[in-house]
Structure formats: structure tokens, C-alpha cells
Design a protein around this ligand. Structure first.
Ligand code: CMC
Length: 429
């Protein structure tokens, strides 16, 4: 805490409130006693100016386009780390030493299988069910199978639940895909890397051996790392809010998946590729730019803009490079990448986007890569959920261990009817 205070209030009842200082980033006015001292609430729909918690996991400087996990820049992690290393970093706070990494990787690999009975859940869904609908259901159902890791007051059980979630998510997502195309489920192969195993469970079949393509494996590793955490975004805040009531971790992560599905959040990767396909050719870009600028048209450029980044999303930079690399290495020429590049170029030189500081976000190029790898668009957000699970569990663990944690319970500005008396139905005018 600093010695600084902020004076807030109204009608002559001004009070001093402490100003808190993080290690980096804007100072924060501590308004916990605001209602008690002034009788007023603060109003901030969408939390544009409100810090809902303290956290030591991820830092974003939206003006400069900086993203750090436990202090490490995202581009360095995407370039040099394995996904298991990033998972360990997010959950435990430090990069692992070799023995720690080996133990962690081994532990995760021991939890990759699903309870066999869970496969019957899949058969209850229609074949055309969206994978995110299946993910919400199956992840929520984990709490009915793993009772020995739902006591959130026990740190060991919390860690087992975290390992299970990180380990089982690729199996769950791959099974959702297999079910949709009518192929047999593939059991995990723990001799492969986290991403290699996921690729095999998704694209392999039991009838023949599957060889992991190192180019695709590297791209998937990067995509997973780029999506691993992003501080207090909507789905992470949902996980924290659900967890603040003491709900079990599987239920909390299912809530996060439900929130992520929306097109303003994780669903944007699917929406962005659909949009790029709809545009089809660079010639039609001006038409879509005009629609995005038209106040009377609800259309937005998907994969563009961000609540926090008012500069190029550092994840989009790595994603753009990866898209070019993957297409090059796989010898694919995809007109969608040309459309995306041209759309970015035109938007970034247009006053509307410049003034509003709207840049490509992580979802703008990810669809191009995932499409080249062979994923159908419906799987894109499921992959985001898979990768974000580690961020969710790290944030959930941090919240449970925070002595200042309380049940999340926002207040409101009530604008409804004032008190009135009940009128029997036949006497209502
Ligand atoms: N296309 C056209 N105009 C836009 C866009 C866009 N993609 N994004 C924002 N604007 C305009 C918006 O109309 C508003 O204009 P005005 O001030 O004249 O009303 C202004 O920019 C500010 O937008 P906002 O909606 O108030 O900003 P927000 O912080 O509430 O929304 C956002 C952020 C990400 C929801 C929004 O930019 C958006 O809808 N983008 C498209 C969806 C998308 O790509 N989402 C993925 C986000 S990154 C990954 C993730 O978090 O999952």
C-alpha cells in the first residue's frame, strides 16, 4: 500500500480511500469500505475500471501490447517453452527445474484417461452437437466421477483436480471431435508429448499407426501456449465467481467453458474464419470494412479489437508468423490467409480503426492455422478451452488460497418499480 489516498464521495461527504500499488501497472483505489463510509455504490458494468481481485499470474499492458506470464514475455515462452513448462509456470509460479518438469509431465500423463463410463455421455449427444456443448456437459460431469478431488479446502485435492483437468481436457476435446465424425474414440498415448497425444487422439484411427507431424506439433504447442492464460477475462472471471461460492473445480471450469463459447470471447476464432471465408476475396474487403464502421449494422470485424489491448495483441503477432510457417511447411496455399493479411492492412490504415485503436487479436489468425491443420471450425473454440484450462485452474487455485477471497456478490443500480401493492388478477386495469 502507498501513503496515497483518493478522495471520493458526494454532497459534502467526501472520504479518503487507500490507494494500492501493484508491482507494475496502474494504481488501484481500494473502495471496499466505500458503501460503509458513504452509503453509495460504485457503478461499472463490464468492469472497465474495476480490479476484481489481486493476482500474481499474468500481467497485460494493453497500451504497449505486452503480455507476461509470471513475468515472462509471451513471445519468449511461445518460442522456447514446452506447453508443460508453461502449465507448471502458471500453476506453481516459477519455471520448473528439469526434475520438477519431468515429474509434472509424468503426473499429467498419468491422468490423461477418462473414466470409461464417461464415454456413454457422448453417445447421448446428437452427432451434430457443437463440441463446446459437449465440453460444457462432460467437464461438468467430471465432478460426478472424481469425488476424491472435490474438497476445495484440501490443497492436495485441489492440485489433483488441477492435474486431472489439464490432463483430461485433450481427451475430452478429441472425443467430441471423433463423435461428430462417427469414428472410434482413441485412447491417449502417454509416450507422446501433450500436443502430439492430442493430435493422435484427434486425427489418428485405431486401425493404423499415426505419426505426429513435427511442424503441426510445433504449431499446436504455440497455439496452446498463446491461449494458456489472459488474466481476468470474462471466462476466467466466471471461473473465479463460480469458485467463490465454494463450487467444485470441475463445475467451475464448466462455467468458464460456457462463457468462453460466446462470439465476443473464445467463439471469435470460429467467427473470424467464417467471416474471412464469407469475404472470400480481397476485392470484397472494402464492403466489409464499411459494414464494420456502420453504426446501424451490428456486424463487427471478428478477430479485431480488444477490451485491454489498444495496440497490436502480442499473441496475434506470433499467430500471424505461425500461420505463414505452417502453410509454407505444409505446402498449402490458402486464399483465406491472403484475405486476412489484406484485411489487416486495410483496417490498420483506416481512420475508424486507428482512432478506436482496433488491432487484430489472437483469434484473427488462429483459424487459418487450425483450418490448415485440418480442424473443422466448430472445434476452434474447444481448442481454446483446452489450452485455457491451465489458466483457469491456476487462477482458481490462487483465488481459493487468497485470504482476502470472499463470495463474489456485485451490487446494482436499481431502476425498476418502487414498492407497490399486489392487485388480484381480475382487478388489473
Ligand atoms: N469491428 C468494428 N468496430 C469495433 C470492433 C470490431 N471488431 N470492436 C470494437 N469496435 C468499436 C465499437 O463499435 C465501439 O465503437 P463506439 O465507441 O463508436 O461505440 C468501440 O470500437 C469500442 O468497442 P466496445 O465494444 O465498447 O469495446 P469492448 O472493450 O467492450 O469490446 C471486444 C471488446 C473484443 C468485445 C470487441 O472489440 C469485439 O466485439 N471484437 C470482435 C470480437 C472478437 O474478436 N473477440 C475476441 C477478443 S480476443 C480473444 C478473447 O478474449 O477471447
Amino acid at each position: 500500500m502507498t501513503d496515497k489516498t483518493a478522495t471520493l464521495g458526494a454532497d459534502g461527504n467526501n472520504q479518503a480511500f487507500p490507494v494500492l500499488e501493484g508491482t507494475v501497472g496502474p494504481e488501484v483505489v481500494d473502495i471496499r469500505k466505500f458503501y460503509g463510509q458513504t452509503g453509495m455504490f460504485t457503478y461499472d458494468p463490464g468492469f472497465t475500471s474495476t480490479a476484481s481481485c489481486q493476482s500474481a499470474i499474468t500481467y497485460i499492458d494493453g497500451e504497449k501490447g505486452i503480455l507476461l506470464h509470471r513475468g515472462y514475455p509471451i513471445d519468449q515462452l511461445a518460442e522456447h517453452s514446452s506447453f508443460m513448462e508453461v502449465c507448471y509456470l502458471l500453476v506453481h509460479g516459477e519455471l520448473p527445474k528439469r526434475a520438477e518438469l519431468d515429474r509434472f509431465t509424468y503426473t499429467i500423463s498419468r491422468h490423461t484417461m477418462l473414466h470409461e463410463q464417461l464415454s456413454t455421455f457422448y453417445r447421448g449427444f446428437r452427432r451434430d452437437a457443437h463440441p463446446m456443448a459437449i465440453m460444457c456437459g462432460v467437464v461438468g460431469a467430471l465432478s460426478a466421477f472424481y469425488h476424491d478431488s472435490t474438497d476445495i479446502t484440501d490443497p492436495e485435492q485441489r492440485m489433483i483436480a488441477s492435474h486431472r483437468l489439464i490432463a483430461k481436457m485433450p481427451t475430452i476435446a478429441a472425443m467430441a471431435y471423433k463423435y461428430s465424425i462417427g469414428q472410434p474414440f482413441m485412447y491417449p498415448d502417454n509416450s507422446l508429448s501433450y500436443t502430439g497425444n492430442f493430435l493422435r487422439m484427434t486425427f489418428g484411427v485405431p486401425a493404423q499407426p499415426y505419426e505426429v507431424n513435427p511442424v503441426i506439433e510445433r504449431a499446436m504447442r504455440r497455439i496452446f501456449i498463446l491461449h494458456a492464460d489472459h488474466e481476468q477475462n470474462a471466462s476466467t472471471s466466471t471461473v473465479r465467481l463460480a469458485g467463490s461460492s465454494g463450487a467444485n473445480p470441475f463445475a467451475c471450469i464448466a462455467a468458464g467453458i460456457a462463457c468462453l463459447w460466446g462470439p465476443a470471447h473464445g467463439g471469435a476464432n470460429e467467427a473470424a474464419l467464417n467471416m474471412l471465408r464469407e469475404i472470400g476475396t480481397p476485392v470484397r474487403i472494402p464492403e466489409y470494412i464499411a459494414r464494420a464502421k456502420d453504426k446501424d449494422d451490428p456486424f463487427r470485424l471478428m478477430g479485431f479489437g480488444h477490451r485491454v489491448y489498444k495496440n497490436y495483441d502480442p499473441r496475434a503477432k506470433v499467430m500471424q508468423e505461425t500461420a505463414a510457417e505452417v502453410l509454407d511447411d505444409l505446402g498449402i496455399s490458402d486464399p483465406v490467409l491472403d484475405t486476412a493479411r489484406e484485411l489487416e492492412r486495410i483496417a490498420l490504415s483506416d481512420d475508424y480503426f486507428v482512432e478506436k485503436k482496433l488491432y487484430p487479436n489472437v483469434d484473427f489468425y488462429s483459424g487459418v492455422i487450425l483450418n490448415a491443420i485440418g480442424f473443422p471450425t466448430e472445434m476452434f473454440t474447444a481448442l481454446f478451452a483446452l489450452a485455457r484450462t491451465v489458466g483457469w485452474v491456476a487462477q482458481w487455485n490462487e483465488m481459493i488460497s487468497d485470504p482476502e477471497q470472499k463470495i463474489g456478490r456485485p451490487r446494482q443500480l436499481y431502476v425498476g418499480a418502487t414498492q407497490r401493492d399486489y392487485v388480484p388478477v381480475d382487478q388489473r386495469g
